[in-house]
Design a protein around this ligand. Sequence first.
Ligand code: C2E
Ligand code: MG
Ligand code: MG
Ligand code: MG
Length: 278
Amino acid sequence: QRSKRAHGRLQEVVVGDEPTTPGRLNLSIELNAALSQKQFELYYQPIVAADTREVVAFEALVRWRHPTRGIVTPIAFIPTAEETGLIVPIGAWAMREAALQTAAWTRAAGKPVWVSVNISAAQLSEPGFLEHVAQVIAETGVDPTLLKLEVTEGTIIGDPELAAEILTGLRDLGIRLCMDDFGTGYSNLSYLQTLPFDFLKVDRAFVKSMIDRFESRTILRTMMALAQQLELEVVAEGVESPEQADELARLGCHFLQGFLYGKPMPADLAGALVMGTP
Ligand code: C2E
Ligand code: MG
Ligand code: MG
Ligand code: MG
């Protein structure tokens, strides 16, 4: 039995004014319907180069356009999707959609635009995952080096050997890999040493406190030094103020992502940003 994350707790859905909080069973039935009725959408959050502050990339973040509740955040349904295995078809859809968008933006902008997609443990451990990714690359015509997959330490820890095998396979396909939410999980540094990561994304908890807490700046500086030694590029998430952005750039961070540069937004708005039109 290959690793599958089990949270062992019911997920509550708290969205807008909706007073009911359907349990996991209801939610999983609804998620199934949502998938077949094409209610999922990808929003894209801009990522800028720290030196020029130009948009060079996006992180694709799934949204559920619920017929009555409006836009539902992934925090409300990804845990249940992971527990029920529905994250596998949802994630497969997200990757194909993001690959098509990456190829389209890169063609239209006349310059490379890369896109990050989040991957769950259940996807990585799904038999045939590498073949599926290869098929997405072939069918969408995306340049695989522009597709970036984000995984957290939590995804790796369930079965590090399997994760190593799959991540290496992805790297061999040309896909680039990012360690997401770094510093808040297990912070098992051996993963950085042994797994073929290209990027380190420092968790927004450190960014949030970096102006007030010298300890956070020290941790960030240490992560930058580590990344530099291991030849990893660093992305900071949760950048909300110009002070944070300037300090992160000064510390040697390569890419910045956060509300300062834009919230996750529909593809047409994101496309306008990278095309340089208003
Ligand atoms: P994540 O991968 O760490 O994504 C970053 C989250 O931080 C996003 O939340 C984003 O909206 C939020 N964020 C970005 N900038 C700022 C900022 O400046 N301030 C604050 N306070 N927050 C910021 P979102 O879109 O709600 O996604 C939450 C999580 O859901 C993601 O965390 C990711 O773990 C998961 N997720 C989203 N889409 C997918 C998907 O397609 N597949 C999988 N497996 N997980 C997904
Ligand atoms: Mg992410
Ligand atoms: Mg993150
Ligand atoms: Mg996060």
